[in-house]
Design a protein around this ligand. Structure first.
Ligand code: SF4
Ligand code: SF4
Length: 501
């Protein structure tokens, strides 16, 4: 009796099938893989998890294909692959940040990131994925995003809550700032800084506001782009049409994930060129610096600092933007740039991407701690800082990197590692400081909100989600929230801005 193959391979291209065959199993990728390396740090026996090795994953997938379509299968029929093998493979192929360094070092030239994403999509279609299974947290994302237009299950009107009164956003302009769910709803300092920097430099820009949709990155990276009647394509269509309706010619991004999705994924999903140019905000600033249009007003921090920069995978290896962020940092007064050994195309991933932060937080943290160790070697080559004045700066250009590296820093500090005492900030926040601007809501703004509570304090809080903040209805709770923010800002060594600019 002829049996159906256990695996369908229609979503893999002919090139990808050849790549699977072309792997020489040299193992170079395994030497560089951050998840494979960090798995030893969280395992009970201190051994690496062999299932996470990129070489192992390619080999296992090859055996799946061979059992389904190889010569033996052609003659005797496909051999059944036990479901447990697929379930184990789902775990391993999602234990990958899609950082892409395996592809960078692969001498066979295998485009591994595309391969991992194709495998993930294949398994989701088969009913095995994503991570956590069909009823898990990741699995719910496409439905949440298509209903809310954002990945945080929030009312999409909340996208506007970060905007301070001093920020001027045009209704229509040739330049559009695409904020992204995380900068607009969680790490609002990023959106505030970007808007203030553009205002200060005299760049007129518009935004999509509540018409902005999630860029779709999370659905693509987790192999779920096809769910909800092709959610990723629907999001790309909505965003591209909304941007075109604004008449924008250049779209700026401070989030590397949104930037990568727009530059690479949107044209591919839609099968058309975008009717506008997309730029990371660091590229835009670097061009302005070259044109002599940026005059830094001050050192971004008190005293001189050593600064190093972490290339986000989505900005670096995925799309090749390496020089612009460095140019921005190197042009600032009071900043001495130091390069980490693992940088540019050989950078070590922060550990947050590809759904790992949400699905495997212990693994994400172990990788972040290693990346913090890389930074310590150049920020404090000799001894740990003695006080806040001597702390140096670890810069990123992506909210996910900032979050995970901050977590890694905290974990190392908790373990007594004094060299983990440094400032973690995004390039655009540092740029805001160097232009004499605050990257955050001012205490005065927060205080005013408490005194004249015509809205929920969630509009102004960057520390607590809007949902949690909706609970702050009473005066007592509002004052408590204000002082909580005051203390957390103090602990973060941020200087108050009074009144706000
Ligand atoms: S580096 Fe390339 S050829 Fe070598 S084992 Fe890894 S994927 Fe295969
Ligand atoms: S993309 Fe990065 S995390 Fe994933 S297998 Fe390759 S090296 Fe490992």
């Amino acid at each position: 009796m002829s049996r159906e193959p256990s695996l369908k391979i229609t979503n893999l291209t002919a090139v990808q099938l050849m790549e699977i065959d072309g792997c020489t199993r040299c193992g170079e990728c395994a030497e560089w893989c951050p998840t494979y390396a960090a798995s030893a740090l969280i395992s009970e026996d201190g051994e690496k998890n062999p299932g996470l090795s990129p070489r192992d994953k390619i080999y296992r997938w090859k055996t799946f294909v061979d059992r389904s379509y190889g010569i033996r299968a052609q003659i005797l029929g496909p051999k059944e692959i036990p479901e447990e093998e697929f379930d184990k493979f789902v775990e391993d192929v999602h234990g990958c940040t899609t950082c892409g360094i395996c592809g960078t070092v692969c001498e066979a030239g295998i485009n591994t990131v595309e391969l991992w994403e194709a495998m993930r999509a294949n398994l989701v279609k088969r009913g095995n994925g994503p991570f956590g299974g069909p009823n898990g947290k990741q699995s719910k994302m496409p439905n949440i995003i298509i209903n809310c237009k954002n990945s945080y299950n929030e009312d999409n009107k909340n996208r506007l809550n970060w905007i301070p009164e001093d920020v001027k956003i045009e209704d229509k302009a040739e330049i559009l700032y695409f904020g992204g769910c995380t900068a607009e709803m969680k790490q609002t300092n990023l959106a505030i800084s970007t808007a203030r920097v553009l205002n200060k430099l005299g760049v007129k820009f518009c935004m999509l506001g509540e018409d902005e949709c999630c860029c779709g990155s999370v659905t693509i990276r987790t192999g779920q782009y096809h769910k909800e009647d092709h959610v990723a394509k629907r999001l790309a269509r909505a965003n591209v049409d909304a941007i075109a309706a604004k008449g924008a010619k250049i779209v700026l991004y401070a989030c590397s994930g949104c930037f990568r999705a727009s530059l690479v994924d949107w044209p591919r999903l839609l099968g058309e060129e975008l009717p506008f140019k997309v730029m990371h905000v660091s590229q835009f600033l670097a061009e302005m610096i070259d044109d002599g249009k940026v005059k830094w007003e001050k050192k971004p921090f008190d005293g001189d600092k050593v600064v190093t920069y972490h290339d986000p995978c989505h900005l670096g290896r995925h799309v090749g933007v390496y020089d612009a962020p460095r140019k921005v940092l190197q042009s600032m007064p009071g900043m001495t740039y130091a390069e980490m050994t693992r940088s540019k195309q050989y950078q070590r991933c922060c550990g947050a991407g590809g759904g790992v932060k949400a699905g495997l937080p212990d693994l994400a943290l172990a990788i972040a701690k290693q990346r913090v160790g890389d930074a310590e070697k150049v920020l404090y080559p000799e001894e740990a800082p003695k006080d806040a004045e001597t702390t140096n700066v670890f810069a990123q250009a992506c909210p996910f990197c900032k979050r995970n590296i901050s977590d890694g820093k905290k974990a190392r500090l908790d373990e007594g590692d004094k060299k983990a005492e440094f400032i973690v900030e995004d390039i655009i926040e540092i740029s805001a400081r160097a232009l004499g601007l605050s990257p955050q809501w001012s205490y005065w703004s927060l205080f005013r909100t408490v005194v004249f509570p015509d809205g929920c304090l969630s509009e102004h809080c960057t520390e607590i989600s809007a949902k949690e903040k909706a609970a702050y209805r009473s005066w007592t709770d509002r004052y408590a929230a204000f002082f909580y923010l005051l203390i957390s800002e103090k602990k973060a060594n941020h200087k108050p801005v009074f009144p706000y600019r």
